[in-house]
Design a protein around this ligand. Structure first.
Ligand code: G3P
Ligand code: CA
Length: 258
């Protein structure tokens, strides 16, 4: 009927706080996740890697150099060693003492409170990481969609496939860098056999790509918006969600309009 708005138009765009609200607090720390939660993001995005002794930790780079006061590969630290590092001071003195969080600490703090977009970061370096992530979620009954918003994603598409087999009820996402600018409908259809989202670098998003992803039956949450202009541009491209360092940029369109 005239004036009727579709579900899609009514739906507010999904706001994903990238590595936590990482413009406001040091990325992948409990301070950044808390900021994302306070700012009412729909999801916090986290990067999961594994220590030498097989514990899951949240950190983006495969070395600790940029975001802590230590040096070396994440996978060369034991949990006890990595927990001694300061993951906050580099960002601002008021964050001194922030630690590299564990995956389980994050789950226990935010289960049922905010969605969690879990990135398996460089899983090829950490054999068995998919199983460990699945186990931590299952232990908490977080492997059922009814119990909260959980999505698992990776640039490593074999890893996404493997995780989907371990956690068939959870939605999964394929991450796509710049090299996927010319992704074909056939490739999207293949992704859609195990993924529910195609999450690309924002620089390759066009109206045609958004339409193709939707036609393939997936949603699209591009990364990483770092300005209001970028957020607005992505909104106008009719994406379903925006992965952003600034959750406050994703609120000025309460309802999608076309
Ligand atoms: O969530 C997608 C985005 O985080 C991927 O890029 O490098 O920030 O992990 P990166
Ligand atoms: Ca990430």
């Amino acid at each position: 009927a005239e004036g009727e708005v579709s579900m899609r138009e009514q739906q507010q765009i999904i706001n994903v706080a990238h590595r936590g609200a990482s413009a406001h607090a040091p990325e992948n720390t409990m301070a950044a996740f808390e900021k994302g939660f306070e700012m009412k993001a729909d999801y916090v995005e986290i990067d999961v890697q594994m220590t030498k002794d097989g514990e899951l930790v949240l950190i983006h780079d495969t070395t600790v150099d940029r975001t802590t006061d230590g040096t070396g590969l994440v996978g060369d630290f034991t949990l006890e060693e990595i927990r001694q590092l300061d993951a906050g001071s580099w960002f601002g003195e008021e964050f001194a003492g922030e630690k590299v969080p564990t995956f389980e600490e994050l789950l226990d703090a935010y289960r049922g409170k905010v969605g969690i977009l879990i990135e398996l970061k460089a899983p090829e370096l950490y054999p068995g990481i998919e199983e460990k992530v699945a186990e931590a979620l299952k232990e908490r009954n977080m492997d059922k969609t009814a119990n909260g918003k959980i999505v698992i994603q990776s640039f490593n598409h074999e890893s996404v496939k493997k995780s989907k087999e371990l956690l068939p009820e959870l939605p999964h996402a394929v991450l796509a860098g710049m090299s996927w600018a010319d992704v074909t409908d056939e490739q999207l259809a293949e992704f859609a056999t195990y993924a529910d989202f195609f999450n690309p670098n924002m620089n390759i998003v066009t109206p045609e790509l958004v339409e193709s992803v939707h036609t393939a039956g997936m949603e699209i949450y591009p990364y990483t918006s770092r300005s209001e202009e970028q957020a607005k541009h992505l909104f106008d491209l009719n994406v379903d969600g925006i992965i952003t360092d600034y959750p406050e940029h994703v609120y000025y369109h309460p309802v999608k309009n076309h």
